[in-house]
Design a binder for this molecule. Sequence first.
Ligand code: ADP
Ligand code: DP6
Ligand code: CO
Length: 374
Amino acid sequence: RVSKEAGHDARDTPAHQAAADEAPLHEATVSAPVNIAVIKYWGKRDSKLILPTNSSLSVTLSQDHLRTRTTVRAAAEFSSDRLWLNGVEEDVAASARLCNVIATARQLRAAMEQADSTAPRLSTWGLHVCSENNFPTAAGLASSASGYAALVSALGALFELPQSATELSRVARVGSGSACRSMLGGFVAWQAGTMDDGSDSLAEQVAARAHWPQLQALVLVVSDRKKTVSSTAGMQTTVSTSPLFAERVRSVVPHRMAAMRAAIVARDFATFATLAMQDSNQFHAVCQDTFPPIAYMNDTSHAITSLVHAFNAAVGRVAAAYTYDAGPNAVLFVLRDDMRALVQLLTRCFPRPAAMSADAFYADPFAVFASPDL
Ligand code: ADP
Ligand code: DP6
Ligand code: CO
């Protein structure tokens, strides 16, 4: 029996302490952020290794509002790998992605154990994983990105892996493509790569967050419902049916990647914002061109798009940008000096809780945007 009274916890007894010293708990807890692509990944050339048809570029948000927290524990007596997502057990064996991620991390650990005979043989033990997202899962807010990044980071910590974040991004990639970008902060490019084994398909930082502190993101939760077409299924249908998609990969994305990188380096908001909006629009056009068509955006999403264009017209410059992933929820980008005016307009047009739930706005300051005036 375990008493909850302070000082009476069985774990406080000297006997337990001694046992714990002999058998340390092999456990790690790590949290990871979401990232929002401004040049979208959509399409795979290899669906097992998750190799993309095109490079992509994203902004990693702070963990102040949206994050996954994952705990991994290894024990010799765990007979199988188990994972609980938001309190509900998932079937690990039935998920090729979870199996691939765990197997790849174990291989890296096994290589360490071979080099060091004193290292505990964690690579041969079972794993129990507990993961929680503090925002809607599978709703187009990049839960697969923060989810697999958190899992890989937690395994990296548990196994004490020496690999860098960029090297580990390859492991996150086999869980979910977008997850490789959440392994790094700031502005991140996922190079599509050309190798068949995926060794050059990884995430690299384009610029640190501190490079552009004025840039802010605002997450507008239009719906927290699970999407009806997963990103994985949607992009597969796109690759096999959309002629517009083939044209995007061939003639649009390469130029946009270079232009977006340059805009970030130069802190050129108007170019950054214009490219982000155009790329989001083309991604959703490609979804419409998919057969049967996929509609991730809804009427509220389209109303937000119009409002951003009206805002930019009213101020006479490109002061705000929208982008939508595979779901109806919007992420807006705005410079800090324009945040107040934009939020005032949004709250006037979408009075809560009519259009959105009470916590529907997440201002992502990356730093210091004060939310009381939301
Ligand atoms: P999203 O737009 O949220 O990324 P996806 O369709 O890409 O939606 O992926 C959603 C799936 O990602 C979930 O159904 C689940 O399988 C996986 N996922 C989400 N969060 C986690 C997590 N914390 N740990 C492991 N897997 C997760
Ligand atoms: C629209 O990374 O979720 O968010 O690799 O199949 O897990 P899988 O798909 P996922 O796709 C993300 C698509 C996107 C654009 C992006 O994040 O680049
Ligand atoms: Co996803």
